[in-house]
Write a protein that binds this ligand. Sequence first.
Ligand SMILES: Cc1cc2nc3c(=O)[nH]c(=O)nc-3n(C[C@H](O)[C@H](O)[C@H](O)COP(=O)(O)OP(=O)(O)OC[C@H]3O[C@@H](n4cnc5c(N)ncnc54)[C@H](O)[C@@H]3O)c2cc1C
Length: 192
Amino acid sequence: ERFSALGPLALLPLPGEYRRSVVWPVKKGTEAEWLGEENDQHFLNALQQTYGDRAGKFEKTGKRFSYPLSQVLAHKQAVGRVVLMGNAAHTIHPVAGQGFNLCLRDADVLVRFLMEQLAKSDDIGAPENLLAYEQSRLKDQQRVIKFCDSVVRGFSNQNPILKLLRNTGLIAFDVIPGVKPLVANYAMGLKA
Ligand SMILES: Cc1cc2nc3c(=O)[nH]c(=O)nc-3n(C[C@H](O)[C@H](O)[C@H](O)COP(=O)(O)OP(=O)(O)OC[C@H]3O[C@@H](n4cnc5c(N)ncnc54)[C@H](O)[C@@H]3O)c2cc1C
């Protein structure tokens, strides 16, 4: 992932040695918004210039498409005997790749709540049980939402002091032993 002036640019692995998926969130109304519609060579040049050479030379592009990204948070995730999960409960910015991980943790906790009810031969759809599930997930969900929001804000701000601070932070992240696993654990929800 590259944090460019145009927006965070991520390359994700696809099957096949050299194929990658490109995710490039850009601000509405900026020049970059049009990159998706420009001709292939223009796009490849912009991609190469922004990403640099670390992933090699970008030679071909497939069909590109764009859609608006917006944070959507349900006011309630458990009502009566119904539970909202996944993106229906919380759609967050993909900048830190946290959305699906969060959904998995929600699912894991819900299963535990249902298993406890089953073990007691109680009604698994009992509204108070589902409400208790919702309550137990709010802290982790809010932590992830704040984290993604602060990454988006922190990395899109072009203030020179902030730029210096975040570049120093990224170098520290790369070279100081122990920092990467710490951040990875935080992102996986292992240390809240
Ligand atoms: C660009 C991008 C990169 C991401 N990268 C990561 C990552 O690296 N790591 C990570 O953890 N998360 C990532 N996420 C987040 C992750 O994709 C979502 O958290 C996850 O897909 C949510 O799963 P879901 O099943 O709730 O919703 P979705 O995956 O959105 O599935 C909902 C499905 O319902 C269908 N649907 C919608 N409305 C209807 C309807 N009325 N009738 C029938 N079907 C309907 C949709 O077509 C879709 O197939 C990323 C998201 C984006 C946008």
